[in-house]
Design a protein around this ligand. Structure first.
Ligand code: MTE
Ligand code: MO
Length: 263
């Protein structure tokens, strides 16, 4: 290996380690991360691009998240964040037992498509027992059942200029003077097409409860808890994240969290 390569490697190694420990340290102190001029937050934001490139380079595209055995499921999946959305749109769906629900694939696709719950349940099924890590400092091992997002993307035919998938949710995670702020997330297309990225409707062999994101919640298994959007209604293919929310790619990212959020 040439001297240059070695130096570059060592640089990347150090940066990756410090970026991710900052992410963890930062999340435990979430409150102060909200302020614009906060030092940790600024470093975190700068770390975003670097962490993404470094982690993609180190982890590779097709590596699977670890899967566990059923005996390792110790408790139910702890409901966190929004657990009972109050938007009229969502309440109307609940009232009708989600019979009118449709999951939509929109944006940079050849053909926008949408699917009812029955249609989703009739698509290829995948179950996986994985560990969910929340930055608030807890983890849960749970069994998730659903259909891979890749199958739906193939039906819609993603256009070559698309770079990201934006995941739009029903819940008003926050209420502000200018109206409700709805939860959203995003990923690159590697994660969108990843074999473990499933639109789950089952949790621990039961129907997915409302508290955990019914009727559909996406799993992106190599990412932290906040990158697992619950109450999902639309997957929008885009080439730019700046028009959404405050432009950082997700509700928590808009509040200072890392976009890649890998584990
Ligand atoms: N729509 C939506 N998705 C969400 C959240 C949320 O509040 N709303 N919270 C996130 C966070 S921080 C975590 S840890 C997990 C919690 O998922 P669970 O309730 O199934 O444990 O959902 C993530 N996805
Ligand atoms: Mo979380």
């Amino acid at each position: 290996m040439s001297q240059l390569q070695l130096t570059r490697r060592r640089f990347l190694g150090v940066s990756a380690a410090s970026a991710s420990s900052l992410v963890l340290a930062g999340c435990e102190q979430f409150d102060f991360l909200g302020s614009r001029d906060n030092e940790v937050r600024n470093v975190l934001e700068m770390a975003n691009t670097l962490t993404y490139k470094v982690q993609r380079g180190l982890i590779g595209d097709q590596v699977m998240a670890r899967e566990y055995s059923a005996s390792e499921i110790r408790q139910g999946q702890k409901p966190n964040g929004s657990t009972d959305p109050t938007t009229p749109e969502y309440k109307a769906l609940v009232a009708n037992d989600f019979a009118d629900y449709r999951l939509k694939i929109t944006g940079m696709v050849e053909q926008e498509v949408s699917f009812s719950l029955d249609e989703l349940r009739n698509m290829p099924v995948r179950s996986q027992i994985t560990r969910h890590d929340c930055v608030e400092g807890w983890s849960c091992i749970a069994k998730w059942t659903g259909t891979p997002l890749s199958g739906l993307l193939d039906q819609a035919k993603v256009r070559p200029e698309a770079r990201f998938a934006v995941y739009h949710c029903f819940d008003n995670i926050q209420r502000s003077l200018s109206g409700d702020i709805l939860y959203y997330e995003s990923s690159d297309l590697v994660d969108a097409y990843h074999p473990q990225s499933i639109l789950s409707y089952g949790l621990n062999d039961e129907a997915l409860p409302i508290a955990n994101g019914a009727p559909i919640r996406l799993r992106i298994e190599r990412a932290l808890g906040y990158k697992q959007p619950k109450f999902l209604h639309t997957v929008e293919l885009v080439d730019d994240l700046s028009p959404f929310g405050k432009g950082k790619g997700g509700y928590w990212e808009d509040n200072g969290y890392d976009w890649y959020g890998g584990i």
